[in-house]
Ligand binder design. Sequence first.
Ligand code: ATP
Length: 207
Amino acid sequence: MYTLFFGGSFDPVHLGHILTARAAREILHADRVVFLPANISPHKQSTCASNDHRLAMLQRAIIADTLFLVDDFELTRTGPSYTIHTVLALRPRYAPLPDDKITLLLGADQLARLHTWLRITELLSLVDLAVLGRIGESGPTLDHDLDIVARYLGQPIRARLAAALLPTPLVPASSTDLRHRIQSGLPTVGLLDPAVAAYIRNHNLYA
Ligand code: ATP
């Protein structure tokens, strides 16, 4: 079984997450994608919506896709959610057999700070990474970010990550922009799943 792990704050989950995860699964011929909402992302102070709301939005966003699932493992732990801890804890559940494999999905905007991830070298020895294209992360910006990878983690890892860039569609959505849009009453059509938009409205989130 080939499983993709996709971690994040999902505050809120948007079509950038969903469409790129779907494309990545197709490109990599993976069997499933496991969304892993973080309790607190190590590089963020806090989330805007509660754990329960972020989980509920994610469940609504993936409902139509039978190859997507959500695991609330990180939400049930206190403190920052470190990917190395999650992978070590969940590997027996999602990849128990020798031929099973886990690949982590992450947006290209994460490359420049990958070296700050806890026990990143160990993590990279346990799982592959696959990098989702993100608007603005191309040409010189992408090269610059990959050079940061090379500076802190070495040339072989730079080459490995450069080869792990997936030709996923570039979706102009970010949770930060969506929170601002919702607060300002601007449209979210094409950026948010309608069921997630309805949930946000019904619970008056990000107002
Ligand atoms: P924020 O704007 O609050 O930083 P975000 O939109 O980046 O949030 P996260 O939940 O922090 O969303 O992201 C989880 C993962 O999804 C990260 O690896 C991020 O790079 C990736 N990601 C987010 N939006 C996109 C997108 N539009 N296309 C591809 N990857 C994305």
